[in-house]
Design a protein around this ligand. Structure first.
Ligand SMILES: [Fe+2]
Ligand SMILES: [Fe+2]
Length: 271
């Protein structure tokens, strides 16, 4: 199976690039499932129902998020109506929405998508490592699901790498999001799980993690409160990762970064 995951879509520039590119990516890579992290798609902060629809119309199958999920208040009432929009799985019991979803591809294959959040330098949450164990007792790769994608939304490279190894052999792909900068470590772990510490954002890289750089520099320089952070408006780079899995085991056969447009050097999976 062929899986595509795009990183955090940032503001209008990121949205435009991701929405324009997604149909071409689906087509050229013969993608079975496309997942997009939309936690910063509404002017940098959260996501709206209208934006979700735009992504579904462009070919996204499942949307993941992270710590910015509730920034647009309308999403609190909406999320229970849309089971393909995920929030972090390890939020407190009773939180609206869900953190896992089983998507059925056109060919009838089942792909479990999970949105999990890390804890280092993030809000206190239920343990993502124990959470993953619970999920793996329910979803067994190559048995009752054909593929499994885990978007691990976390700050530190160490927690992300540890989580990747923790899931190794039990998921098709563990992909990091949240830090917005793509890491150069896309690999297949020894047990067969595709892994990249951070997939990067769909956003303008002439910025500080997607936001206009001036406010950020001023804040670091002066330690005074900065104005409201605004998304950078230059042409975005679409950052994602492409994984091809073994149909029998659900494990990764190859993993390749995808980077298109904007300021970053391009990267395109070989045929
Ligand atoms: Fe983000
Ligand atoms: Fe985040």
């Amino acid at each position: 199976m062929r899986l595509l995951h795009l990183g955090d879509v940032l503001g209008q520039s990121g949205r435009k690039a991701a929405l324009d590119t997604l149909p071409m990516l689906r087509d050229r890579l013969s993608v079975d499932i496309a997942v997009v992290n939309v936690e910063n798609s509404a002017h940098g902060f959260g996501v709206t129902a209208k934006i979700c629809k735009e992504f579904y119309d462009a070919g996204a199958d499942v949307l993941t998020t992270g710590n910015h999920i509730w920034d647009q208040r309308e999403i609190i009432a909406y999320i229970d109506e849309d089971e393909k929009l995920l929030r972090p799985w390890n939020f407190p019991d009773g939180t609206p929405g869900k953190g896992d979803y089983v998507f059925k591809t056109r060919s009838g294959k089942k792909v479990c998508v999970v949105n999990m959040m890390g804890r280092l330098y993030m809000d206190p949450l239920a343990c993502p490592f124990q959470g993953a164990n619970k999920l793996f007792s329910k979803y067994r790769l190559g048995k009752n699901v054909d593929a499994m994608i885990i978007d691990f939304h976390a700050e530190t490279t160490s927690e992300k790498m540890a989580f990747g190894h923790h899931c190794d052999g039990r998921a098709s792909l563990v992909v990091g999001t949240h830090t917005h900068v793509p890491t150069a470590d896309a690999q297949i772990l020894p047990g067969g799980t595709g892994y990249q510490t951070d997939v990067g954002m769909c956003g303008d890289f002439d910025s500080v993690i997607g936001m206009k750089k001036e406010n950020s520099i001023r804040k670091f320089l002066t330690k005074m409160p900065a104005g409201r952070f605004e998304p950078a408006e230059g042409t975005a780079t679409v950052c994602g990762v492409f994984v091809e899995t073994d149909d029998a085991t659900g494990l990764a056969k190859r993993i390749e970064p995808v980077r298109i447009g904007g300021r970053l050097k391009g990267s395109w999976p070989s045929a």
